[in-house]
Design a protein around this ligand. Structure first.
Ligand SMILES: [Zn+2]
Ligand SMILES: [Zn+2]
Length: 134
């Protein structure tokens, strides 16, 4: 908890109890939760928590660089405390979102000389558990 506190403070986020709980949950869950998932997981132990607080906290986390948002779903935002460069694989069978490392940045043709601030690699398909059941 102290490490999380320092991490948030370092990114200009006042580490309130609710923010700490949300960050801790996001950091410890590797399933890229939605705001709903976060709310449902924390509400029983945090009666004062509202969905709006979760949304606003996530907005703050993203703009201050302690979380990222995934655009892998059409209308559903999923969050990630892992802000390092990595790709996501969404399984169409179980719905899990898997992280994968990108060994080498791909070559981009057509944007030579541009400044690229961000790139995302989102893959979709079936994981090793779901593929055999097709
Ligand atoms: Zn699967
Ligand atoms: Zn991820």
């Amino acid at each position: 908890m102290t490490a999380f506190k320092e991490h948030l403070s370092k990114h200009d986020i006042k580490p309130s109890v609710q923010r700490l709980k949300i960050y801790e949950y996001l950091h410890n869950s590797h399933n890229h939760p939605t705001a709903d998932d976060i709310y449902r997981a924390l509400a029983p132990s945090t009666p004062t928590l509202s969905k709006t607080t979760v949304y606003n906290t996530m907005k703050l986390f993203i703009s201050n660089g302690v979380a990222t948002v995934l655009n892998i779903e059409g209308n559903e935002l999923r969050y990630d405390a892992d802000t390092s460069t990595h790709g996501h694989f969404k399984c169409k069978g179980c719905g899990n979102v898997y992280d994968f490392r990108i060994a080498r940045a791909p070559e981009f043709n057509g944007v030579e000389g541009f400044r690229i601030d961000k790139y995302e690699i989102n893959l979709k398909g079936y994981c090793n558990v779901c593929k055999p059941k097709l």
